[in-house]
Design a protein around this ligand. Structure first.
Ligand SMILES: *[C@@H]1O[C@H](CO)[C@@H](O)[C@H](O)[C@H]1NC(C)=O
Ligand SMILES: *[C@@H]1O[C@H](CO)[C@@H](O)[C@H](O)[C@H]1NC(C)=O
Ligand SMILES: *[C@@H]1O[C@H](CO)[C@@H](O)[C@H](O)[C@H]1NC(C)=O
Ligand SMILES: *[C@@H]1O[C@H](CO)[C@@H](O)[C@H](O)[C@H]1NC(C)=O
Ligand SMILES: *[C@@H]1O[C@H](CO)[C@@H](O)[C@H](O)[C@H]1NC(C)=O
Ligand SMILES: *[C@@H]1O[C@H](CO)[C@@H](O)[C@H](O)[C@H]1NC(C)=O
Length: 690
């Protein structure tokens, strides 16, 4: 309630502030520009009056300007430089050919239905300033005045413009603050380029909370003197592709939320930013995007952030708090809650006793004031000190927490997964899950080497670090030198995933469901195309409400089985459904679920159904899949599509078991495998399938 009231108060304040200013500027044109034209003003295009009056005078400054002198009643309108026109109806005035009737029409300027559509005078020797009347053009969409010598400020009135979407005032001599009214244009703005001026002060916030400026693609404020903190609100602009804040005086932290944007260009260099860089999930930027900031700025691609020596409970809590903005209260509440609980249940006094608990599984226990370390096969040489003194850098944040690449003192590298808050609290049930996960060894599953639990319940899972990429990267990222994913390779990847999953479902004493099958959780070696699944079984380490929350997140990714809408527990059938979606993703090459760009939901099974009905089935496959294939039937491609559709059956009981999936994939292999593989693969590691 309180928030709602505050919000409506904000709106009314906003309207109050905005309305009178707007009225001030509206009465202006008729009174002032009539003085500059001697003809009767009523039958003129009001935009022409504006141009010949205040606008020309202001842009020109003290010196006569060659280009602006074309703006003259004795010159046909079509020959006025730097202008494009549109009629009130929306039809543009066509001025292109010198032969067109408009080209020499000397009375066109009198047409009251003509409006300025764009004003483009880059490199035009303009030496004046920006007139506030620029905000009065009703149909002006683009304003390009870059590379001139314009001085003064950006007028507040520019923000009252009703159609402006592209602004380029780069490389001028503009000073002062960016007026807050710029965000009045939020919904229409596509690009704002103010690079290379002398703008100062801090960036204004949009007046409306949660403004998303959904069409804004480019914001270039580089090379100015803008101060203050990072404008966090830009990370709510979903369409932003280019952000340049380089060479300013900005400081403080760069918000993690910036990492969620699908940025293509980014420049935050030469400021005074500090703290931990966000993890950019959809793009990779080099050092040049971040260099020249405070020495405290760290994280990929800059130096790694030193995890404070001794990853003490406090430090971990600090990390969690630092990384998960917005969950500060939850984290500290949880810590407080757990401490209380321990006090109350002191009769159990399990903390002291279970340090000596017998680990039947070849594991050993490191004890001490810091917490508890359980070692599994392959992790025997790790010590508590090794883990606690490792220096780490954030690799990725997932729904289960944060993954660090950590360097051990002896030079080895491990992957540390710090579980988010909300991991299970009951020590016994937790440990039995951990021990079960620690036993799992299969060539298509990432092995858990050790587990650490701190005094306050924080949990670190320690895995091998593999410097290989995810299937998601392979399928959806463009990068130079990326190996071609032909059908033979995709088949090998799909079979590897199915085998890993089959081991979880049927190869263990106590079966495990993966719970989070998706292309981001499949690591692929780019020489051998051997795969390893990650993130399996972690739902069992979460308290039920958090596990439910994570399951529901899977919905937006498109991997969630329909029955999970009602019952939240994952099982082997929901895993098979997610595998089916993943197999479709491998075959079609499209990302399932909500697409970042316009939030559309990509439903892969529906795409296939439509294609089958329209008899265009062959068109759904990724072009790389069909490369070099003579008969999609004989090579098992069509069978794989059918299999994937079977896995995605809406009714859980008719989906095949994962063992059946493995069998079918093995029976329907690509015929000409060797020819399609690169020579390096003949040297592929021992034991990988194929
Ligand atoms: C328009 O052009 C005429 C003739 O070329 C010139 O005398 C006049 O000063 C110009 N007017 C303006 C406002 O530049
Ligand atoms: C010139 O343009 C005006 C306004 O659009 C129009 O009324 C007039 O007929 C045109 N004159 C010629 C000669 O085309
Ligand atoms: C700009 O001004 C300079 C000197 O004032 C002149 O040499 C040049 O021709 C002008 N350029 C344009 C496009 O008017
Ligand atoms: C703004 O966003 C926050 C967090 O996403 C949300 O809690 C709040 O209700 C939103 N406010 C409005 C007015 O939409
Ligand atoms: C980033 O901005 C700085 C300063 O404006 C510039 O020198 C540098 O070339 C830019 N880097 C990239 C990658 O655009
Ligand atoms: C940069 O920021 C740090 C705080 O992070 C501050 O102590 C320092 O004075 C700033 N340096 C400059 C040049 O503004």
């Amino acid at each position: 309630m309180a928030i709602l009231k505050l919000f409506s108060l904000c709106i009314s304040l906003f309207l109050l502030i905005r309305a009178p200013v707007r009225c001030d500027s509206i009465h202006f044109p008729s009174s002032s520009s009539s003085s500059s034209s001697s003809s009767s003003s009523s039958s003129f295009s009001s935009d022409v009056q504006l141009l010949l009056g205040k606008i020309r005078a202001s842009l020109e400054g003290d010196t006569q300007n060659l280009l602006l002198s074309s703006w003259n009643y004795s010159v046909p309108l079509c020959q006025w430089r730097g202008l494009k026109w549109v009629f009130t109806t929306g039809t543009p005035l066509v001025c292109t050919a010198a032969s067109s009737p408009q080209w020499s029409n000397l009375t066109l300027f009198k047409d009251p239905s003509l409006h300025v559509l764009s004003l483009q005078l880059p490199s035009a020797n303009l030496t004046g300033s920006l007139p506030k009347e620029l905000g009065e053009f009703t149909m002006l969409q683009s304003l390009y005045l870059s590379i001139n010598s314009l001085t003064g400020t950006i007028p507040l009135e520019l923000g009252y413009s009703s159609s402006l979407s592209d602004i380029d005032l780069s490389s001028n001599l503009l000073t002062g603050v960016l007026p807050p009214s710029i965000w009045n244009l939020c919904d229409k703005l596509v690009s704002v380029r103010l690079h290379g001026n002398s703008l100062s002060g801090s960036l204004p916030e949009p007046a409306l909370p949660n403004s998303t400026c959904r069409n804004l693609e480019a914001l270039d404020l580089g090379n100015n003197q803008i101060s203050g903190t990072f404008p966090e609100f830009v990370s709510r602009f979903p369409g932003l592709k280019e952000l340049d804040l380089g060479k300013n005086l900005l400081s403080g932290q760069i918000p993690q939320s910036l990492g969620q944007l699908e940025l293509e260009k980014l420049n935050l260099s030469n400021n005074n930013f500090s703290g931990i860089l966000p993890v950019f999930s959809n793009s990779k930027f080099g050092v040049e995007a971040f260099e020249g900031n405070s020495p405290g700025l760290c994280g990929e691609p800059l130096k790694s952030c030193a995890v404070p020596s001794h990853l003490s409970s406090g430090a971990i809590a600090g990390l969690v708090i630092g990384l998960m903005t917005g969950t500060v209260v939850l984290a500290s509440l949880l810590i407080g809650y757990m401490q209380n609980k321990k006090k109350k249940s002191s009769s159990e006094s399990e903390d002291e006793n279970d340090e000596g608990e017998d680990e039947e599984n070849g594991g050993s226990v490191g004890a001490g004031g810091e917490g508890k370390l359980i070692l599994f096969e392959g992790g025997e040489n790790l010590t508590l000190d090794d883990v606690l003194n490792a220096t780490g850098q954030v690799m990725e944040k997932t729904s289960y927490g944060t993954i660090y690449k950590a360097k051990l003192a002896d030079g080895g590298t491990i992957a540390l997964r710090l579980l988010r808050e909300g991991s299970c609290k009951d020590r016994n049930s937790c440990l039995s899950v951990i021990k079960q996960l620690g036993k799992i060894r299969h060539e298509n599953l990432i092995p858990l080497r050790a587990f650490y639990q701190g005094k306050r319940g924080e949990k670190l899972l320690i895995y091998d670090y593999l410097s290989i990429r995810t299937l998601h990267d392979f399928l959806h990222e463009s990068r130079a030198g990326k190996p071609v994913l032909n059908w033979a390779r995709r088949h090998k990847i799909a079979l590897g995933i199915a085998r890993g999953l089959a081991h979880l479902h049927t190869g263990l004493e106590v079966p495990i469901t993966h719970g989070n099958i998706r292309s981001k959780n499949v690591l692929v070696d780019d020489h051998s195309f051997a795969v390893r699944l990650t993130e399996f079984g972690l739902d069992k380490l979460m308290i039920p409400s958090v596990a439910d929350e994570i399951v529901s997140l899977a919905k937006s990714d498109g991997y969630k089985a329909p029955e999970l809408q009602r019952m939240k527990k994952c099982n082997s059938r929901t895993d098979v459904y997610a595998f089916g979606i993943l197999l479709l993703e491998i075959l079609i090459g499209k990302k399932p679920g909500k697409s970042g760009r316009n939030g559309e939901f990509v439903d892969l099974p529906s795409i296939v159904k439509v294609a089958v009905l329209e008899e265009t089935t062959m068109d759904v496959f990724d072009v790389e899949v069909l490369k070099g294939i003579r008969s999609p039937m004989e090579d098992g491609i069509v069978q794989a599509l059918k299999l994937a559709m079977g896995c995605c059956a809406p009714v859980a009981s008719v989906r095949p078991s994962i063992d059946e999936v493995v069998k079918q994939l093995e029976e329907n292999r690509p015929r000409n495998r060797s020819a399609l593989y690169s020579p390096t693969e003949t040297r592929s590691e021992n034991g990988t399938p194929f």
